[in-house]
Design a protein around this ligand. Structure first.
Ligand code: HEC
Ligand code: HEC
Length: 349
């Protein structure tokens, strides 16, 4: 697959040949040239075991060329030129070895995996819709990229042409290419996935943890169920008892009182790698998170009913051994093949 992409790029450079050089700020469209070629190779994503079909945008069918462009842009610091994040690439805060998250005190960077199955994005769900919608927000509002540096690059103009038939980068094609790359960020091969497929086993401790997770004992599965390990919804899980601008969460978007303190349920895949935890990064370890659910729930009028369903005192009353088992199970969700997948790494190196 890689070889094909490389061959296409080389032939596209030849097209630009004599008429442009790097840092030439007046781009030449390929349509001016004698024999432009814009052949895309359709890519189909096979849903992993247990996953529903992925939602693809009808105007942005997956192609090898657009995925390759999106990947290049993801790792490209030039993409932030002209905006407040100048000098940053997406990958500066979303790094592959940490499941495309990064440890930052104070805010918790959401990881990038399996978002092709998501319907709302960011901790408060400010952006809803498809990958194209969140990528449009990232390019237009978060990066506020002027695309000048990208447009000045012969290599990028060739890559945009190969992907979308137009060598002038636009915010739309930039967001669309990123959306395509995001759909390939699939994590579905942890040891727990292999166990679910009957290819591997869990340790006895992990099995006990799985049982706690997946039954009323821990009651985690209602919101973090297989396969996505998120219900794509928002909940107030009792982190705080009072609410103000710093922890309004979903309420900031909807203005509905009942949404106070609700945040997006994160996927628990690769959770071992994405500390600190919760929207504000208040917990540094999985042990602290489990202790929160076990004994730290703070009551308020907005608390999710699931948090106190079986336990009127809002405590799970797990033993130390059960808590260890739960953490062991959460660590069985780490997918090392994902964090080392060469198809998802920096192609610009
Ligand atoms: C300066 C650090 C930083 C950079 C650079 C950055 N992000 Fe993020 N990203 C974050 C943080 C922090 C969050 C969570 C913020 C929130 O929810 O309010 C996030 C969240 C996201 C989400 C939502 C994930 C979800 O599960 O809802 C997406 C998608 C995303 N980023 C894509 C990108 C893309 C694409 C780029 C490059 C154009 C990028 N990010 C660059 C820090 C960064
Ligand atoms: C009512 C739905 C719900 C239930 C039940 C639930 N969670 Fe959560 N979980 C969430 C939400 C929502 C968040 C994010 C909360 C926030 O940041 O404000 C979260 C966050 C987490 C995180 C941190 C994720 C991150 O990326 O920061 C872990 C780990 C976690 N939950 C594990 C569990 C375990 C283990 C259980 C069972 C003991 C459980 N959850 C039960 C909804 C739920």
């Amino acid at each position: 697959m890689k070889r094909i992409v490389i061959i296409i790029l080389v032939s596209a450079f030849a097209l630009f040949g004599s008429c442009s050089k790097d840092n030439d700020t007046t781009p030449t469209t390929v349509t001016d040239l004698d024999s432009p070629t814009h052949n895309t190779t359709v890519v189909e994503i096979k849903s992993p075991y247990g996953f529903p079909p992925m939602d693809i945008h009808p105007d942005n069918p997956l192609t090898k060329e657009a995925i390759a462009l999106g990947r290049k842009l993801y790792y490209e610091p030039l993409l932030s030129e002209g905006g407040p994040q100048q000098g940053m690439a997406c990958a500066s805060c979303h790094s592959q070895e940490l499941a495309f998250s990064v440890s930052t005190p104070g805010t918790s960077v959401l990881p990038h995996m399996n978002l092709g199955w998501n319907t709302s994005y960011l901790w408060n769900g400010k952006i809803e819709g498809k990958m194209e919608d969140i990528m449009t927000f990232e390019v237009n509002d978060f990066f506020q990229s002027d695309l000048k540096a990208i447009t000045a690059s012969t290599e990028y103009r060739a890559a945009y042409f190969q992907a979308y038939g137009d060598s002038i980068p636009t915010k739309k094609t930039t967001a669309y290419a990123l959306a395509q790359f995001f759909r390939t960020l699939i994590s579905a091969d942890s040891n727990f996935d292999r166990f679910m497929r009957g290819e591997s086993d869990l340790t006895s401790l992990e099995k006990i943890g799985y049982k706690i997770f997946n039954t009323e004992t821990g009651d985690c599965f209602h919101c973090h169920g297989f396969p996505l390990m998120t219900d794509n919804d928002f909940h107030n899980i009792g982190l705080d008892a009072t609410f103000s601008a710093t922890n309004f969460g979903r309420y900031e978007i909807t203005g509905r009182d009942s949404d106070k303190g609700k945040f997006k349920t994160p996927s628990l895949r690769n959770i071992e790698l994405t500390a600190p935890y919760m929207h504000d990064g208040r917990f540094n370890t999985l042990e602290e998170v489990v202790e929160h659910y076990n004994s730290g729930i703070k009551k308020s009028a907005y608390l999710d009913p699931l948090m106190s369903k079986n336990n009127p005192d809002n405590k799970l009353n797990l033993t130390l051994y059960q808590k260890e088992a739960l953490v062991a199970y959460l660590k069985a969700l780490t997918d090392n093949g994902f964090t080392t997948n060469p198809d998802l790494s920096n192609p610009n190196k």
